[in-house]
Design a protein. Structure first.
Length: 490
């Protein structure tokens, strides 16, 4: 018998079609009968595309990447692959584009696990109620509009009113709290992203963060994919039992991008020229947030989508869509911003549908009347502008309390305040020690009280964080510490 030779042959199974037309970043191809929506295809020059729709016997493809030169007649390959990218711990501390490729000059990312970009959200039976506090470091939120881990909280307002700042401050405040943070930049100027990156490095945020970059200079395909890739990376950690915070900055520009794609695909425009499925593309993203059951990981993913309004109009198509699919909104008021009240959060229009279930018990007790007191103060302030004399003693006390609350909620940007310190602020307010103090004195108190208590009562803050409530003994100690501070300043 002759020698037996083992012959190994590698087969490359693929469906081959051809490009019929190229329109900016969109390609129409024929000869791909097995394609389905959301699949990845390859072009003969090495570029990649995403199947976005169909027209009779043609396939509509969104080109991913900028430097892809295509001509009519070029071959297109379908290998039956859905859109999958790598995910893993290796992404922490890195800046990546919407194709999960590093753009920070720190070398390749060697992540082994492959996950789908357009994954289905977990069902209701796979989730538990969201009740654990997400500490944002912004007093106006933690005290009045509390956020829970797994919640979807919309940040909405005109441009340049501090929306991104609140989201970024929440990321900075997660330092040491075992929360993975993902900042997704969509359609913004490259200079804006550089400022955020420099701040993250200055505050040592990068070790627990990932930045997904899809600035305005990147391709339309990458800007469209960015929020889904950020959610995909977050889901990896959520399913591993970790807590994740994702800030989408911002979804208004994402909606603009999808409108541009749809109009070029000749889909029928609807309200404000947006396509009919604009609600779906955002709802399938937003519903991926939540808190998982312990049996399937027990992690959480919190979303902070940002939406820009025009002249305070919350009734626009995109704002009303996102409001309807989130668990509350934080509205940023331009008038408050120009008065110097920053963050410029309007308590009258802002709401968290989770309610105070997400708060520490001590924070719940101290802040229960804060919103009402502040709104009454705003109304009284409007009245006193019309009638400056003849105020009752009660009205004068309300004005003093309202001015003290205003000074407490005014906060420097990129300087989050720990929950323990916020509790000291509110406890002092409850004692009435801030009423009638000039603004500079309250500002000085805010700057000095933390260091004073850390020095004179070193275990008090750790006890508050441990118990998350105040026993009579702790309450007496805290009151004694606050009064000791004011006595020392006399």
């Amino acid at each position: 018998m002759g020698d037996k030779t083992n012959i190994t042959t590698n087969f490359d199974v693929r469906e081959v079609g051809s490009v019929k037309s190229v329109r900016k970043f969109l390609v129409t191809a024929s000869g791909l009968p097995s394609c389905i929506n959301g699949q990845l295809v390859e072009f003969q020059n090495g570029g990649r595309g995403l199947v976005l729709g169909f027209k009779e016997d043609e396939v509509q493809i969104l080109v991913l990447g900028l430097n892809v030169t295509l001509r009519s007649g070029d071959e297109v390959y379908n290998r039956g692959q859905s859109l999958y990218f790598s995910a893993g711990e290796e992404f922490l501390g890195r800046v990546v584009n919407s194709l999960c490729e590093p753009v920070d000059s720190l070398g390749p990312i060697d992540a082994k696990e492959i996950t789908p970009v357009f994954a289905e959200a977990m069902g209701v039976l796979d989730r538990v109620p969201v009740e654990k506090t997400l500490e944002t470091g912004t007093l106006a939120l933690d005290a009045v509009i509390p956020i829970a881990k797994g919640q979807r909280q919309l940040l909405i307002g005109d441009r340049l009113t501090g929306k991104s700042t609140v989201g970024i401050d929440a990321i900075i405040n997660q330092k040491g709290k075992d929360v993975i943070c993902i900042y997704c930049c969509i359609g913004k100027a490259y200079s804006s992203l550089v400022k955020v990156l420099n701040l993250f490095r200055e505050k040592n945020v990068m070790p627990y963060s990932i930045v997904v970059s899809a600035v305005s200079s990147t391709s339309v395909g990458e800007q469209y994919l960015a929020p889904y890739v950020a959610a995909m990376l977050g889901e990896y950690f959520m399913k591993k039992g970790r807590d994740v915070l994702v800030v989408f900055d911002d979804l208004t520009k994402h909606a603009w991008i999808y409108r541009q794609i749809s109009l070029l695909l000749e889909r029928a425009p609807g309200r404000e020229a947006y396509p009919g499925d604009i609600f779906y593309i955002h709802s399938q993203l937003v519903e991926r947030a939540g808190y998982l059951k312990p049996e399937i990981g027990g992690g959480s993913m919190t979303f902070f989508p940002i939406i820009e309004t025009l002249q305070g109009d919350m009734t626009g198509y995109i704002p009303t869509n996102i409001i309807s699919m989130t668990d509350g909104q934080i509205y940023f008021n331009t008038a408050l911003f120009y008065k110097g009240i920053k963050p410029a959060i309007d308590f009258g229009l802002s709401v968290s549908r989770i309610g105070n279930k997400a708060q520490w018990p001590i924070m719940r007790k101290l802040s229960k009347n804060l919103r009402l007191d502040y709104l009454r103060y705003q109304e009284l302030l409007q009245m006193t502008r019309l009638r400056a004399t003849g105020l009752s003693q009660q009205a004068k006390e309300r004005l003093k309390r309202g001015e003290a609350i205003t000074q407490l909620i005014v906060q420097d940007k990129n300087n989050p305040v720990s929950t323990e310190t916020q509790i000291v602020y509110l406890y002092t307010l409850g004692l009435g020690l801030l009423d009638g103090l000039p603004p500079q004195e309250i500002k000085k108190f805010k700057e000095e009280i933390y260091e004073f208590i850390q020095t004179e009562y070193p275990t008090l803050f750790s006890e508050i964080r441990s118990f998350k409530d105040l026993s009579d003994v702790h309450g007496q100690r805290l009151e004694g510490a606050i009064k000791a501070y004011f006595n020392a300043k006399k």
